[in-house]
Design a binder for this molecule. Structure first.
Ligand code: PLP
Length: 393
């Protein structure tokens, strides 16, 4: 009855199953994976809801790519100094997930391929599958910093059936890594040679790691290939429930014009962005500094707790450029999932790395938005668990 676009097995993995059981019983757990800013006490939700009551929204004025006033404010907020984005190069969507769906529809026919990094955001695979598009991974490898394995990417492009686009996530979720300037250059050259578009997910682009002063790199600006840069309210303002995101177009003028016309046609079939949130957008974006400052404080205190817990050397806290997650490398005594299950026995919830397609070794991922006392206690229990296992090894 169901299409092949859905997974044939909808059962959760053993860790997710165990977590579901424990939550269903209402057992108290130290939650180190909660990453919804509206649950973390960081958002002025009342202010955001009040902004939705703009009387102009009483009248429906559908515009497929979004109201010009809303596109204008996105263009002004996210332009880079040397190449301003025009409001014509902004397309609004209801979420970044919807932006991915529109782009896969725009760029790929069913059975064609999009390449995406691994480890990375686990939703890319189902989003591609839902559009009938194949997703091939290319590897990022940790060698003191996360590096693009360019040979692996080239081989993946060669192997792929009709490759159409490469996704980059900057900073990447969950590694928090960005490509170096030379990696971007090599990637762009490959895309140009092979006629591939670039999709750059920059939803965490405004969240550098504490201590990093320079702005994080962006794919906006003058590009040699058709480029689509994604962002949205769910991260920039911590308001995922308002359902507004954007695609910014960069790259050669003629390709941009064609892409814009195609996206307009796709978006017109859905008209999914609500009028109230579009009218509220200028005020929401103008006020995002206060949320981002509160979030930065949370990142700082949670990173300090993780650094202190990992100072003994049994657990390694990986360096990162930005984002809301931290990656921990554990001794390879167990798989990532086994470690996550062992932690769950100690009432600590951390993601096993295989959910994000880490290869080899043992990795856990935690949210830096977690409640600070829970994170500190959870990290202490993790270190104790690792020490006990090392003694028995
Ligand atoms: C890399 C990345 N892109 C996109 C999203 C989702 O954004 P949205 O809520 O706009 O769909 C997330 C959510 O965690 C993410 O980690």
């Amino acid at each position: 009855m169901l299409s092949q676009r859905l997974p044939q097995d909808l059962a959760p993995n053993p860790w997710a199953h165990r977590l579901e059981q424990r939550r269903a019983r209402g057992e108290p757990l130290l939650d180190l994976i909660s990453s919804d800013p509206t649950h973390a006490g960081l958002v002025d939700a009342a202010g955001a809801l009040a902004a939705l009551a703009d009387p102009r929204a009483a009248r429906h004025e559908p515009e497929a790519c979004g109201l010009r006033s809303a596109r204008q404010v996105v263009a002004a907020s996210f332009s880079v100094p040397d190449a301003a984005t025009s409001p014509e190069d902004v397309v609004l969507t209801a979420s970044t997930s919807e932006a991915y769906a529109h782009l896969f529809r725009l760029l790929a026919d069913p059975g064609e391929t999009v390449l995406a990094p691994a480890p990375s955001y686990p939703l890319l695979e189902p989003l591609a599958a839902l559009e009938g598009v194949r997703l091939e991974s290319y590897r990022l490898r940790f060698e003191g910093r996360w590096r693009l394995d360019l040979d692996h990417l080239r081989a993946a492009v060669d192997r792929a059936r009709s490759p159409r686009a490469v996704v980059v996530v900057q900073p990447n979720h969950p590694t928090g890594s960005c490509l170096s300037a030379s990696e971007v250059d090599a990637l762009e050259e490959l895309c140009q040679q092979r006629g591939l578009a670039l999709i750059a997910d920059e939803v965490f682009g405004e969240f550098p790691r504490p201590g990093i002063c320079a702005p994080l790199p962006t794919m906006l600006g003058s590009r040699r290939v058709p480029t689509f840069v994604l962002g949205g309210l769910s991260k920039s303002c911590g308001l995922p429930q308002l359902k507004l995101a954007w695609i910014l177009l960069a790259g050669p003028e003629a390709a941009r014009r064609r892409a814009r016309a195609g996206l307009e046609w796709i978006a017109d079939a859905f008209l999914s962005v609500s009028s109230p949130v579009q009218h509220a957008l200028p005020g929401l974006l103008a006020g995002r500094g206060a949320f981002q400052a509160r979030l930065r404080e949370r990142l700082e205190s949670n990173l300090a707790a993780l650094a202190a817990a990992s100072s003994g050397g049994d657990v390694e806290l990986l360096p990162a450029d930005g984002g809301w997650s931290a990656v921990l490398r554990l001794p390879a005594l167990h798989t990532s999932e086994e470690w996550a299950l062992r932690l769950l026995e100690r009432d600590v919830v951390a993601y096993p790395g295989d959910l994000f397609d880490f290869e080899d070794d043992a990795w856990l991922v935690v949210s830096l938005l977690a409640e600070p006392a829970a994170l500190a206690e959870g990290a202490a229990r993790l270190v104790t668990a690792v020490r006990e296992e090392l003694v028995h090894a």
